[in-house]
Design a protein around this ligand. Sequence first.
Ligand code: PLP
Length: 454
Amino acid sequence: MTVTSIPDTASSAQTARVAPPSLDELWMPFTANRAFKRAPRMLVAAKDMHYTTADGRQVLDATAGMWCVNAGHCREPITAAIREQAGVMDYAPPFQMGHPLAFELAQQLARMLPGDIDHVFFGNSGSEAVDTALKIALAYWQAKGEPQRVRFIGRSRAYHGVGFGGTSVGGIEANRKQFAAQLLPVVDHLPHTHDLARNAYTRGQPQHGAELANVLEELVAKHGAHTIAAVIIEPVAGSTGVLIPPKGYLERVREICDAHGILLIFDEVITGFGRVGASFATEKFNVIPDMITLAKGITNATVPMGAVCARHRIYDTVVNGASAGIELFHGYTYSGHPLAAAAGLATLDVYRSEGLFERAASLESYWEDAVHSLRGSPNVIDLRNIGLVGAIELDPRPGAPGTRGFETFVKCFEAGVLVRSTADTIALSPPLIVERNQIDQMFEVLGRALRTVG
Ligand SMILES: Cc1ncc(COP(=O)(O)O)c(C=O)c1O
């Protein structure tokens, strides 16, 4: 491309924002590119609970973007902090250099987390947080003199992002198939806990399924605890359709890990920051892991950021146990980026000053009733909820799985509500600032969509 062919962005910016000159060049992630480009759904602005579409419609956000805009869109204290930081220091190298905001954010996060989870390693996404946590687990066992502990145990129907580590411990076949030849070799999966036969239409945590954790004992018996580095679990699996842990399940996983000295990682990329009706899932379910991965709500999704939060002894073993020099050969150009750190601090401030986690908890029963009001709607086979998360599972069409869910998502979008479809489950997770009348609107629109999709 010659210099003269670069478009005049200053004059075309406004038009480009509403109608891009071309849809061809962008390769969209996790998207049916060809279908999308034939019938695009374009968002151009956002404020509080609403998106604005390219054709000027207001769309109520029932998914907090993608489980991440917990304080609502374009919140002034957060955008102002980002703007201000951009003018003070745009970037600082994170290797062998520091800047105060990253330290301050790490301290604030450590104070929010339970037990001795008091050290924080920053990256830029949930995927990076997961891969970082897996690497920290390996580094920990090496430093402890048990380098043979290399096996990771994930779960079926888990989503841990798209790095090779996260894809390997993840349990979504479609995500693994194209890359199966090169996934991590020493990985096992526990079964998922979704059990419609026993638990359909449960409000909150299901009664049945804690015993599924015992499969971990079988894996220990098969491979030997001395070979297992870590178990990674989403306390509530989000991306595969809101799978809520049965009562006693997470406790049992923790017990088995403790019995065999295995590290337990909670992937709280979705469940963190008030989403499940407590600050974090670890608090909601009263089970403390050894590491927690965070992303999404950490900056209210304004600037990409992810984090691994580790127990004191993990940091101590890897860092203080090492000889002089770099202790962990891992990090990102943008670890603790100043704009992300500024956004994170401002976000935590909004969460605190507006009491948003408590607000989510106080809305939980209203939300639960709203979710379960769809009982009896066409093709609904399950409704479930926890905190400000809900799921509507639809009976898949014979021979065309996923189409009913996707059409419901499109119908809702056309009717002014953004929901998320994952296969034939509609997942809901509104910003924590949602009002009751907005909850009503979401479920009215959903009810109508379900009646028309058929
Ligand atoms: C539980 C969980 N872990 C990891 C990820 C990956 O996060 P990212 O898309 O920021 O890489 C996600 C994303 O949805 C997630 O839900």
